[in-house]
Design a protein around this ligand. Structure first.
Ligand SMILES: [Fe+2]
Length: 373
């Protein structure tokens, strides 16, 4: 008999009111909070927020996380600095990189050594103590990192991205406010939304598939398609921004409970060696990987969005046209990848690759990559 469980942090949703809700929540939990955020919040919201938090009796200090996806060096430096201030708990306010750095810091503040020693595949240690409590407030609709139990970290000396993953890494609470995402430019919105789309799609059909992950994907994949169509017409569309944010957090919950697939397996390899945004890599790979998988499985055909286009072949044609509409490249030839097709496939051994729904032969993946690089 199959057995399963379903985990999710508590999620609070409010249009335009997340920061008031957040302060009330922080007051009920701890006194001394370290706030990790992106530059946008630091420049546009921090001073006002800080005043309100201080007037409510909280002790708060800020750490600005900038410079893209977190690396081992960046996380280790952040922890050294945080240790001096000794927070009781952490708040992450920002995109996926900020939330991943916050999550990793929450764990590493109660562990010795470098975060690299605890990463999947490249490290040999496992987390043994409960992390400090952390709370997530996403300002982009994409990674779903606020609702996952892993932080993705770049390991520069091995040129790979790997996860710090543990069942204790869930946020204590997640605060969703679509107002915070309205100022995202088109390209950031598209890259993030494609990441969320791929999370839902891969979680729905993964080898570790979960009936509720499938249900979330089945109802929300089309919201992402419609949401992006609407944002292109009207970037301020509240309907679209709300749909995209809800779908992206649901994508995080789905992947945390059901795993991912080959798109993320390959993206983990490319993420360590290029600066192409993660969501963009997922978008470029999307139709190509679905097409290769469909030669060995018809699992996609259970999804409503696929049925709408007939068989998987029709869905692949839709994905290719959708990417044209969004302005996504058809391959990686405009980027200078310095690895051969064969090397990319050989290096792609992360946990996501193992959860891919089809057993696609090595040579078949190589042939796909030969068309892409
Ligand atoms: Fe992703």
């Amino acid at each position: 008999m199959q057995s399963w469980q379903w985990n999710t942090p508590p999620v609070f949703f409010q249009w335009g009111g997340a920061f008031s809700l957040l302060i009330e929540y922080l007051r009920s939990q701890s006194k001394r909070w370290a706030v990790c955020c992106g530059r946008h919040f630091y420049e546009n919201g921090w001073s006002q927020w800080r005043e309100k938090a201080l007037s409510c009796g909280l002790e708060v200090e800020i750490w600005v996380i900038s410079g893209g996806e977190p690396t081992v060096g960046m996380v280790d430096e952040l922890i050294t600095s945080l240790r001096k201030w000794q927070p009781e708990a952490l708040v992450g306010i920002g995109g996926g990189s900020v939330l991943d750095a916050t999550k990793a810091a929450a764990a590493m503040l109660v562990h010795e050594g470098s975060v690299q020693e605890y990463l999947e595949e490249v490290g040999s240690k496992t987390l043994t103590s409960s992390p400090l409590p952390w709370v997530g407030v996403p300002t982009t609709a994409g990674t779903g990192s606020e609702a996952t139990k892993n932080a993705v970290i770049i390991v520069p000396d091995k040129r790979v991205k790997r996860s710090l993953r543990h069942d204790s890494l869930w946020a204590k609470a997640v605060f969703l406010d679509p107002q915070l995402t309205v100022s995202s430019p088109w390209e950031v919105t598209v890259n993030a939304a494609l990441d969320a789309f791929v999370h839902l799609l891969e979680a729905a059909v993964s080898k570790k598939a979960h009936p509720w992950a499938f249900a979330l994907a089945d109802s929300l994949l089309e919201d992402i398609v419609e949401g992006l169509r609407q944002v292109k017409k009207d970037p301020l569309s509240s309907w679209a921004r709300e749909k995209l944010l809800i779908a992206s957090t649901a994508g995080g919950i789905a992947l945390a409970n059901a795993g991912l697939g080959a798109i993320h397996g390959f993206a983990a390899t490319l993420g360590g060696m290029t600066s192409i945004p993660h969501g963009r890599v997922c978008g470029i790979l999307l139709d190509h990987v679905v097409e290769r998988n469909s030669r060995y499985t018809d699992v996609y055909e259970r999804l409503s969005i696929v049925k709408r286009y007939g068989k998987t072949a029709g869905f692949v044609r839709f994905l290719s046209e959708w990417k044209d509409f969004l302005g996504i490249e058809k391959n990686f030839r405009g980027f200078s990848l310095d690895l051969s097709a064969e090397e990319i496939v050989r290096l792609s051994t992360s946990s996501s690759m193992k959860a891919n729904p089809a057993e696609v032969p090595f040579e078949e993946w190589v042939s796909m990559w030969q068309e892409l690089v």
